[in-house]
Structures are given as structure tokens and as C-alpha cells.
Design a protein around this ligand. Structure first.
Ligand SMILES: NC(=O)N[C@@H](CC(=O)O)C(=O)O
Length: 428
């Protein structure tokens, strides 16, 4: 069994401490721990966090291995400091059966870079017509607890009600992609001043907000648990805040890009900024940051959506929606939330590891950095400044909106159950 001593790390941003890992487990946390025969990693005041957990990743396998695979996606995850990712169901075939979710789960285990917890589709083929075999996916070896038609909204209220009733039986959760389809037909970007000026079809905030309002009420009625994917408007924040004040069992996520970018970027007509839900306004960005800070929004989730060049390097209207995010998420959160004084590093650990692990029931992840816990850890250098270059990404796709932009911070080490997956900023 190999031992590692992380020396002088600011655990959750606190005072420097030593952390000793033996095999898969943290065995000691304190000052002046003897290295003995352990491999020593000099942390020099870098920040040590529990391994990050992403509740919303598109790994594209099976079916679109030209944009990402479970292996390349989990390598990207490890590079970004993640030790567990939840893989969305919009693959080909769709992850709507025990067979597909077991395959994705197994590929994650074989890769060994991050634990992959498959998300099951809510409806067969994401078509919104017939409930998928939620129970069979839950009872499979993959043990699915999160269900989502992400990419598509479960827009039929009866279908959503049935799904909420079904998952209640085993403590699962439905993660809704909130987008009223009729209100977004032909939509290309956020509906507002910029869409009017550019003459692009607008995507109104109400298309998101009306579904969230309906679904928190359905969750209350059924007494079940709903999670809102990639919340993007100030109005959505108000609805979730109201629902939580009523005691409704709702959780919500925000993506890094919605914490930083606005619809002004679309003026470039560069499809790298085309994403679902669309980039909104400065006012929305500020409301999302505040909501993440005060806990109305529970977590940051990447919505890592890799696409190959052919699907992005084309005219705006024809381009696919989505951007990669796993390898830049922590940097964007550092810039938008930590350097603005909105979140401490301990709160970042809560929003990017503890809470997402709780919502998705990722066993062994999001745990305290203390003796007896699984050694799922990430070490980051917050003083680092670097320009984003997708050529250096582990992801198979490079559709990042941050290319050429300077972002703070860098993950130098990631450990998955005591085994280093990233060493000195490079994949092990
Ligand atoms: N977020 C995105 O813009 N794209 C997602 C699906 C989706 O949520 O539309 C994808 O799978 O590419």
C-alpha cells in the first residue's frame, strides 16, 4: 500500500496542515506529521479541497465518441480537480435502460480517472412520451439515483408528476432541464436588447421560469424531490428562493459560464458562446452569484458539453449548443466567487463537492478532509495565472469560451481513493 504525505496544505483554505494518505484512506491530518516512507508532496500553502463532484457532465459515450468518451471525459474531469462526475443520459443510444447505464458505469471504473455515476433518462428516448424504466436503472449495478432528460425538458406536467412519484419510492431525484418548448421554438439566444439588435430568435427568461414554478409546485404536491439544472435567470432565483422558504424539497445548480459570461458575447457571432440555456444579462449574472453565495443555488455544475469542430465552427444558426467546462470550472469559480469575496474556499468545497455528492448520493465523495475518510482530494494553486489554451485540454473537444482568456488558479494534484490522477498539473 502506498503512502502520500501532503505537506503544508491549506485544508479548505484554513491554516497549513499536513495530510497523510495510506492506501485509499486519509489516516492523519495535523501539524508536523513524519513522512516515514511516504511520497511527499510539498503543498506550500496551496488549497486542499475534497475532490470535486460534477452533477452535470456530458460524456457522449455511447454514440458520439468523436466529441468525448468516458475515458477522455474523466481525464478532463481529473485535470479539473474532479473525482466524480454524473454522466447525462442524452447519448446514442439514450441511457434509458439498465444495459446502457451499466455500460457507462463500467467504463468509468475501467478508466480509473473519476467515478462515473450515470444519470438515467426520465422518458424513453428522451421523447417525453413514455416513462423510462427508472426502477430497473436504480436497481442495476449502476445504482442510478438521478434522472434527467437534459437537453430536453420534461414538459408534460403529467409525465413530470409520474416521474416525481416514481423516484420518491427509492429516494431518487428528477433533474429538470427547464425549458418550455413552445416558448423557445427557433430561439437562438437570450431574448432581450441584444437579440433584438442582432435579429436572432429570442429565448425568453419566462420559458425557464414557468417550468421551474410548475415543477416546484409539483414537487410540493407529490412530496418528492426536484433538482433544477443550469438555472440562468434572476427570476428563476426568485422562484427557487420562494420554494425553499416554503419548505419545498428543491435544489438548483448554476454553471460556471452563467456566472461569468453575458449575451453581449453573442455580438461576435462566435458559436462558442451558443449554449443552452443561453448566456443572459449582467443583471442575471449578478443575481446568480448572489444566490450561489447565499445558498439559494446549492451547487456549481459544469454542463460540460463537448462538440467536435464541425458542429461548432459554422454559422451561428447551424452550430450545436454547449461548451466544455470541466477543465476551467474551478478557475471561473475562483475568479467570479472567491476573488470577489462572495465565497470562501470552504464554501467552494460545499458548492462543488459536498452538496453535489449529497444531491446525487455519490458515496465516498464530498466527505470531510479528515482521518478515516476516503482520500478523494484536489490540490490547487490559487496564485497561478495562465491563459486558457484548449490544445492542452484532456477533453477530446476544445469548444471553450475562454480560449485566450487569462483565468486564475490551477489544479496541481488530484487523488482518487489515494491514487494520484493528476501530478504537478499533468495527468498521471
Ligand atoms: N447545454 C448545452 O448547450 N448542450 C447540451 C444539452 C443541452 O442542455 O441542451 C449538450 O448535450 O450538448
Amino acid at each position: 500500500m502506498s503512502k502520500t504525505l501532503i505537506r503544508g496544505a491549506k485544508v479548505l483554505g484554513g491554516e497549513p496542515q499536513d495530510v497523510l494518505i495510506d492506501g485509499e484512506t486519509i489516516v492523519e491530518v495535523g501539524a508536523g506529521i513524519e513522512a516515514g516512507d511516504a511520497t511527499v508532496v510539498e503543498a506550500d500553502g496551496k488549497i486542499l479541497l475534497p475532490g470535486l463532484v460534477d452533477l452535470h457532465t456530458h460524456l457522449r459515450e455511447p454514440g458520439r465518441e468523436d466529441s468525448e468518451t468516458v475515458l477522455t471525459g474523466t481525464r478532463a474531469a481529473a485535470s479539473g480537480g474532479y473525482t466524480a462526475v454524473f454522466a447525462m443520459a442524452n447519448t446514442f443510444p439514450v441511457a434509458d435502460t439498465a444495459g446502457v447505464v451499466e455500460q457507462v458505469y463500467r467504463l468509468g471504473q475501467e478508466g480509473g480517472y473519476a467515478d462515473v455515476q450515470p444519470i438515467g433518462a426520465v422518458t424513453v428516448g428522451l421523447e417525453g412520451k413514455k416513462l423510462a424504466e427508472l426502477g430497473a436503472m436504480h436497481e442495476s449495478a449502476a445504482g442510478v439515483t438521478v434522472f434527467s432528460d437534459d437537453g430536453k425538458c420534461v414538459d408534460d406536467a403529467v409525465m413530470m408528476r409520474r416521474a416525481l412519484e416514481y423516484v420518491k419510492a427509492f429516494g431518487g431525484v428528477v433533474a429538470q432541464h427547464a425549458q418550455e418548448p413552445r416558448l423557445t421554438e427557433g430561439a437562438q439566444m437570450n431574448e432581450g436588447v441584444v437579440s433584438a439588435e442582432l435579429g436572432l430568435g429570442g429565448w425568453p427568461a419566462v420559458a425557464e421560469e414557468s417550468i421551474i414554478a410548475r415543477d416546484v409546485l409539483l414537487a410540493e404536491h407529490v412530496g418528492s424531490r426536484v433538482h433544477i439544472c443550469h438555472l440562468s435567470t434572476a427570476g428563476s432565483v426568485e422562484i427557487v428562493r420562494w420554494a425553499k422558504s416554503r419548505g419545498i424539497d428543491v435544489t438548483a445548480e448554476v454553471t460556471p459560464h452563467h456566472l461569468l459570461l453575458t449575451d453581449e458575447m453573442v455580438r461576435s457571432y462566435n458559436p462558442v458562446y451558443k449554449v443552452n440555456p443561453p448566456l443572459r444579462t449582467e443583471r442575471d449574472v449578478m443575481a446568480l452569484r448572489e444566490a450561489l453565495a447565499d445558498g439559494t443555488i446549492d451547487i456549481v455544475a459544469t454542463d460540460h458539453a463537448p462538440h467536435p469542430h464541425e458542429d461548432k465552427d459554422c454559422e451561428w444558426a447551424a452550430a450545436a449548443m454547449g461548451m466544455v467546462g470541466l477543465e476551467t470550472a474551478l478557475s471561473v469559480v475562483q475568479q467570479t466567487m472567491v476573488e470577489t469575496g462572495l465565497l470562501t474556499w470552504a464554501a467552494v468545497a460545499d458548492r462543488m463537492s459536498v452538496k453535489p455528492a449529497e444531491i446525487g448520493q455519490a458515496k465516498g465523495h464530498g466527505r470531510p478532509v479528515s482521518a478515516g475518510e476516503p482520500a478523494n482530494l484536489t490540490l490547487l494553486d490559487p496564485a497561478y495565472r495562465g491563459v486558457v489554451d484548449p490544445a492542452g485540454f484532456a477533453s477530446r473537444s476544445g469548444n471553450t469560451p475562454y480560449e485566450g482568456r487569462e483565468l486564475p488558479g490551477r489544479v496541481t494534484h488530484t487523488w482518487l481513493r489515494g491514487r494520484a490522477t493528476v501530478v504537478d498539473g499533468k495527468l498521471a
